[in-house]
Design a protein around this ligand. Sequence first.
Ligand code: ADP
Length: 609
Amino acid sequence: MEFKKAFGLHMRGVKLLHKHCPKLFPLMALQKLIQAVTPYITLYFTAQLLDEIAGARREAVLLKLAILLVSVSGILAGLSMLFTRLEGREEHWFSFEYSSILPKKMLTMDFVDVESIKKRDQLVQIEQNANWGGWGWNYVVQLFPVLVENVVGILGAAVLLIPLFTSRVKKGSFLILNNPLCVVVILGSMVLLSIFSGKLEGLGESVYAKNAIKGRMGNRIFGHFGLMGCDTTRADTGDMRLYPMEKMGEYYQRAYMMESWGAHGFFAKLGKGRVGVCNFFAAGIATLFTGIIYVFTCLKALGGAFGIGGITQYVGAATQLSGNIKALFVMMEDMKNNGEFLAEIFDFLDTPNNMYQGSLTTEKRADRKYNVEFKDVSFKYPGTDTWALRHVNVKFEIGKRMAVVGENGSGKTTFIKLLCRLYDPQEGQILLNGIDIKKYNYREYMDLFSVVFQDFQLLSQPLGDNVACCKEYDAERVEQVLHDAGYEVPLDQMLYREFGEEGVDVSGGEAQKIAIARALYQDSPFLILDEPTAALDPIAEAEIYSQLDDIVKDRTAVYISHRLSSCRFCDEIMVFDHGEIVERGEHETLLEKEGKYQALWNAQAQYYV
Ligand code: ADP
């Protein structure tokens, strides 16, 4: 990547991160400024002291210089410590701030992108790049202070070095050193050698970044298998003990990780090869530079251009100059390398929301009379050729209980995803109170639905917080919905044990009841339950169904279920087959007809007879 583009990306990164933590970059700049200036102040006063000792040896001047040296160095050291502490505090907080940027984007992206393999893969790559090389955001934070330090360092050194080139040799055979051409040659070679050494070192570093792709598989394998034994969701299941899964893990670790990360693997070879050669020559050139500067300074001192203090000042300043120029060029190479990784992050963050979002507000109705209608709706998942839903026509009757049944893959979940506007249909329309749902404010439309998905998530937090999804809630109402869902436990009971022994590991059935209570607490006009009782035992299931009317009250409810027995109580059952609604009606009527429902019913009933 070109430096200009990489620089632009880093500046965009600084701006974005600055918004999250406005104090961090100014504090870093101040801290680095002090750190960069300090060695020159010390060098300057030390040189003055040495000259005075080697020359006039005036006690008062020596004392003044010593006091100045100690006090200025002390103040700078104090300020540096202060800013380091302040900056450290900000940086600590900052890591929390910036780690929320990607998840926030993930949660606001169009659902079609959240589900896309490309975006998921991109997110995994971004995480991996950060984990193995610190690439991405980390570099933005690291490179900015380096830039400040190097630029200030170069300017400071240049100021201290001016007299090295302007002071004149007074006698002897070194008068040639006064020749402007000689000055240009020495100065030019100093700068060129520093740049060359920096570029070489940067080139060595870039070898790793350019080959990052070779380490990805090994990293991914390690991420998956390396820590499998510590993953509580897996290690706690007992499966890992009963079946020797770690052997599989070991196999993959050997096969892929050793290849890239082993002692004789790809990256070790790079380290010994190209990277080693680049670093060797970079260090050699830096030594050559030091040699030149020592010879030039000592010869000028011999010729009487300056005293012993001058030698200290100029050699010190020149070494700093070289170090800073070199570091600046290493940083520029790093920026170019990191630019590629940053581009990936911004590509992810720039994912547009293509889903049309209208501005109409949904009418606030206390009577919950919201009418939803599917009008000849057809839908294909992006990148597929088959219709997941075809010509679906449904009108939801307000306050009724509807069931969606059908074999696996018949389109039940897709139907719900379209209803909640996670996707838009390619053909037909979905209407809310006669108006296309695309025209409504997205968030407001979503708020009409409370859904219990099959893969619902609870947090390791007190029960009440889980139900209300916030810290401050109406405890009476939370207790009521928990009662309705059939789970009556104190609200401060901690769920799961991520944060301490006092947590309880709720069973699948209990978790499902809590999830139902959470949906009820939202109090939306539509309640959608995807396999609402799949994890419940038959007694708990019967309990929930007997109370269903009390639970649902005047909401319009939609159940997706494999167990047809659980749909018997519904006002209307829709039977899906290959994306189409092939039958609809009440249980008794459907059972009498020779059709899909009867076939499904008989298939399930034979196990109970
Ligand atoms: P059901 O809920 O009845 O089991 P789904 O609605 O999940 O069925 O799936 C309907 C069809 O759409 C199936 O053929 C399934 O393979 C396909 N499908 C579901 N999700 C996706 C997806 N994200 N991408 C592509 N195809 C999908």
